[in-house]
Design a protein around this ligand. Structure first.
Ligand code: NDP
Length: 273
């Protein structure tokens, strides 16, 4: 199966669908990532704080898939904003890789106000050719503005919570204006929108599952998605998004599901260690 890619602002191609492993225990991660690779995923999204980089690395090594066919993302945790290079090296060690394709600042943690320095650390990693692309996660427009104002590297990606119940229009607009690709985390709202009649009605008509309809709503608008599942049939289903189209009316009907449906922390307030 060929997975479409989006071209990042530095020319690197990123698969439009990846596999997320948040909340997958390390000892279950190898099996989940193996199932994802077997289903055809080539992009895996982990983070130092998920404590499962070792499991991801084991599955990658065991797969025998060539490194240049894989797209691996990991993230700098909040308590490491003052030592990004050292934290990166530790992540690589756990992953048993010599580079990742995308390294992200996980949260801006605005109260600590250390993300500008952290970004300069990521810029150094990138300038030294140690990561193929660098970006941010959970950055709101004012956080993006501060790092873009440095005049250095513009983030390639902003990975943020986006789904029908939280559409983040201001963030999407800022990303688009700055040439930053938007990657949707919790793209299925952790399941919260799957039983909505708007979604199930469309799913019945196009003969797809509700999850496929929601993921298609994202990819048809150019976003990268990283659905998580530990269920093999869902892992496969979530990648099978490219044989059908939603109409403009379908997209608008799903847009109409916007509500205060945040499933994760608010980046303006989250300063978790
Ligand atoms: P998702 O929106 O991907 O939802 C995952 C949930 O939906 C699981 O309970 C899963 O169940 C269920 N599910 C998955 N596929 C289907 C399907 N086809 N039909 C029905 N139910 C389904 O939420 P996540 O919060 O896991 O987000 C995805 C990824 O985003 C994470 O793994 C992580 O990589 C990233 N993320 C990043 C964050 C950040 O701060 N940067 C924060 C949170 C997430 P089951 O597993 O039992 O099959």
């Amino acid at each position: 199966m060929t997975i479409p890619t989006v071209t990042l602002n530095n020319g690197v191609a990123m698969p439009q669908v990846g596999f997320g492993v948040f909340q997958v225990p390390n000892d279950e991660t190898e099996a989940a990532v193996t199932a994802a690779l077997e289903a055809g995923y080539r992009s895996i999204d982990t983070a130092a704080v998920y404590r499962n980089e070792v499991g991801v690395g084991r599955a990658l090594a065991k797969s025998g898939i060539a490194r240049d066919e894989l797209f691996i993302t990991t993230k700098l945790w909040n308590s490491d904003h003052e030592q990004p290079v050292e934290a990166y090296e530790k992540s690589l060690e756990r992953l048993s890789l010599d580079h990742v394709d995308l390294y992200l600042i996980h949260w801006p943690t605005p109260e600590r106000d250390l993300y500008v320095g952290a970004w300069q650390g990521l810029e150094k990693l990138y300038a030294d050719g140690r990561a193929r692309a660098i970006g941010v996660s959970n950055f709101l427009p004012d956080h993006l503005a501060r790092i873009v104002a440095l005049g250095g590297t513009v983030p390639a990606v902003n990975q943020v919570e986006v789904h029908p119940a939280l559409q983040q229009r201001a963030v999407l607009e800022a990303d688009a204006r700055l040439g930053i690709a938007t990657e949707a985390w919790s793209p299925l709202a952790q399941g919260a929108v799957l039983a909505d009649p708007v979604v199930t009605t469309i799913a019945t008509r196009v003969d797809r599952t509700p999850a496929q309809v929601i993921l298609r709503w994202h990819v048809q608008q150019g976003r990268v998605v990283i659905p998580k599942s530990v269920t093999p049939s869902r892992i496969a289903e979530n990648l099978d998004l490219f044989g059908f189209d939603l109409t403009g009316d379908d997209l608008a009907a799903i847009d109409g599901l916007e509500r205060d449906g945040r499933v994760g922390p608010n980046p303006a307030e989250f300063n978790g260690a």
